[in-house]
Design a protein around this ligand. Structure first.
Ligand code: DHB
Ligand code: FE
Length: 300
């Protein structure tokens, strides 16, 4: 049986991808940001997850104003890094896990989350920067990745509560996959940042650290933060943090933080990073309307 062993959150700041690709990780400005990932690199080298469900947002690389899926799941075999204006990042292609991805897609849709299914797309810094921070310089990524893209770019993004509930459904989907796989869910983006307008450069350390704190333990308060609070307190791009809730929900009632890192500033952005494990290992129960039991229904 597949199981979600840990969940990881991490900002996906593009300049860290630039620093990583140009050998600047040791420079004084970047070093404190990268140093906070050393613990996690050792942890992942020991832990060796098989698959990551990597929650991120596309920044007008694969999608644009023509198509704006709220939740999209990558069911393909491979995803190449996107050219975001300066050529594609020189990192390996990302290998998918089509069998598990299709299983999750089926389970989520029968669980009444109407996912968009993506078979081909390129992936931008939202997905590749966290992989670089976590795995360093590699010839091939030592893990399969199921991209899960969330619209946080064009209003309206999904609510925090919906994001949390989606992750509870992902936990049920993974638990009903028969192969013995260690799966992690990563939530990316944030923390407080605003890239444009009169409030550009806004950082809110106190709010960010309260958010990090409330991802641990058994509180479910974060489900109910309204969009306007993210905008007011964390800037226009702080809304990316709803994607961190699609990493908390899978962990059940109580979590423990194994590692926490916060550094300001990187670019215009507050960098946050958290490694969580479940304390009681419960699979969050969900509504299973009659006839739509994803675990009981054979594929069509
Ligand atoms: C920046 C862009 C992002 O997408 C993000 O999440 C954080 C920072 C930037 O351009 O600095
Ligand atoms: Fe972003």
């Amino acid at each position: 049986m597949a199981r979600i062993t840990h969940c990881i959150a991490c900002s996906h700041i593009p300049v860290l991808g630039y620093a990583f690709d140009h050998g600047k990780e040791g420079e004084a400005y970047f070093k404190p940001a990268f140093d906070g990932f050393e613990w996690t690199r050792r942890f992942l080298a020991d832990e060796k997850p098989d698959v990551i469900v990597l929650v991120y947002n596309d920044h007008a690389s694969a999608f644009d104003m023509k198509i704006i899926p709220t939740f999209a799941i990558g069911c393909g075999d491979v995803y190449h890094p996107a050219d975001e204006g300066f050529g594609a990042r020189p990192v390996p292609p990302v290998e998918g896990h089509a069998d598990l991805a299709w299983h999750i897609a089926q389970s989520l849709i029968l669980d009444e989350f109407d996912m968009t299914i993506i078979n081909e797309m390129e992936v931008d810094h939202g997905l590749t920067v966290p992989l670089s921070m976590m795995y360093g310089h590699v010839d091939t990524w030592p893990v399969r990745v199921i991209p899960l893209a969330v619209n946080v770019v064009t209003y309206p993004p999904p609510s925090g509560n919906r994001c949390w509930a989606l992750d509870e459904a992902i936990a049920r989907a993974v638990a009903s996959f028969p192969e013995d796989l260690k799966v992690q869910v990563w939530g990316t983006g944030g923390m407080s940042h605003q890239l444009q307008g009169p409030r550009a450069g806004l950082i809110n350390r106190a709010w960010d650290n309260r958010f990090l704190g409330r991802l641990t333990g058994d509180t479910q308060e974060l489900r109910h933060i309204p969009h306007i609070e993210y905008l007011r307190e964390t800037g226009s791009e702080g809304i990316e943090m709803v994607m961190w809730l699609i990493m908390r929900g899978a962990l059940g009632t109580r979590t423990r933080a194994l590692h926490r890192h916060y550094h300001v500033p990187v670019s215009n952005t507050a960098l946050g990073h958290l490694v969580l494990e479940p304390v009681d290992g419960t699979i969050p129960p969900g509504p299973t309307p009659a006839g739509n039991d994803a675990t009981a229904q054979a594929p069509i």
